[in-house]
Design a binder for this molecule. Structure first.
Ligand code: CO
Length: 303
């Protein structure tokens, strides 16, 4: 972890998940207050079927939402409630597990054998942990994309941005989920709310991320697109940038441009009791979930 430009950066770490999927975890299973309301972020981009084809066979979820965003390849999804579907390139699935689902998620490569995507876990507030499960499957075509004069492109998956609203709604953490592309050398400022927890995850190219209070004109070592930036502050592929309580972020794209996700949400500030794919508020609720799994009462009948 390094502190630069008053933002904290770290690299996603190689992790084995599911039945042996090789992925990179940007955060998760550590301090759940750090990016509250978000619990986990997995980058499961793999360029060979060996890395992902074992998939994520049947497993439960309770008390959270999982947000899957596919860039290439596909993910077949089946659950215990009879829901089934395939997420293709550009598609998003926002799943509210609520009181409980059992599902499997099986990735498949594209013609080149690649499967690229991300999964984010958002926590549910205590009042909604046992809500009925809900899916929002979003086709790539439904996601608005805005192009600015300087070539910056923003896909609005959730939340409002530059006058567009994303297709996913009714989410407890009031999140914003943007997929942003800034061309080489372009400098762009994005508004943040210091009441919210915000982070960026870089997945192509690189950029310097700075906030408004970062002094400029010091430690200048490299010129990028006419702007001098400290090369040590460049964040590249698989870098997580945590913004803390900032009102804005200025992104100075490097020589290859940059693609990153910009995600924020309202902190829940509730106690977290976490066991694998089940996240509740108390240990007693976790024990109840384990008991429900054992007794076959984990899945609640629809009302
Ligand atoms: Co799952």
């Amino acid at each position: 972890m390094s502190v630069s430009s008053r933002f904290e950066t770290s690299q996603a770490r190689p992790t084995l998940e599911g039945a042996g999927v090789q992925l990179h975890r940007a955060f998760g299973f550590q301090d759940p207050t750090e990016l509250d309301p978000f619990l986990l972020f997995d980058d499961f981009r793999g360029d060979h079927p060996d890395m992902f084809e074992k998939g994520f066979p049947w497993h439960p979820h309770r008390g959270i939402e999982t947000i899957t965003y596919v860039l290439s390849g596909s993910v077949d999804h089946t659950d215990s409630l009879g829901n089934t579907g395939t997420l293709g390139a550009g598609d998003v699935q926002w799943m509210t597990a609520g009181s409980g689902i059992m599902h499997q998620e099986m990735p498949h490569g594209n013609a080149k054998g690649q499967m690229h995507g991300f999964q984010l876990w958002a926590n549910l507030p205590s009042s909604l942990k046992m809500t009925a499960p809900r899916y929002q499957d979003v086709d790539a075509k439904e996601i608005p994309e805005i192009t600015d004069d300087d070539g910056t492109r923003v896909k609005v998956i959730v939340g409002d941005f530059w006058g567009k609203s994303g297709p996913v709604d009714g989410i407890a953490a009031d999140p914003q989920y943007l997929d942003i592309s800034v061309p080489a050398g372009v400098k762009k400022t994005f508004k943040l709310s210091h009441h919210r927890r915000s982070f960026a995850y870089v997945y192509e190219g690189d950029a310097a991320f700075a906030d408004a209070s970062t002094p400029t004109g010091i430690l200048l070592e490299k010129e990028v697109g006419g702007e001098e930036v400290n090369i040590r502050d460049m964040s590249g592929n698989r870098t997580l940038v945590r913004f803390g309580a900032s009102d804005s972020v200025t992104v100075q794209a490097g020589a290859q441009g940059v693609r990153f996700l910009l995600i924020s949400g309202q902190p829940l500030q509730e106690p977290v009791a976490w066991h694998g794919p089940i996240v509740m508020n108390t240990r007693a609720e976790l024990m109840q979930a384990v008991k429900d799994l054992r007794n076959g009462t984990f899945i609640k009948p629809a009302h």
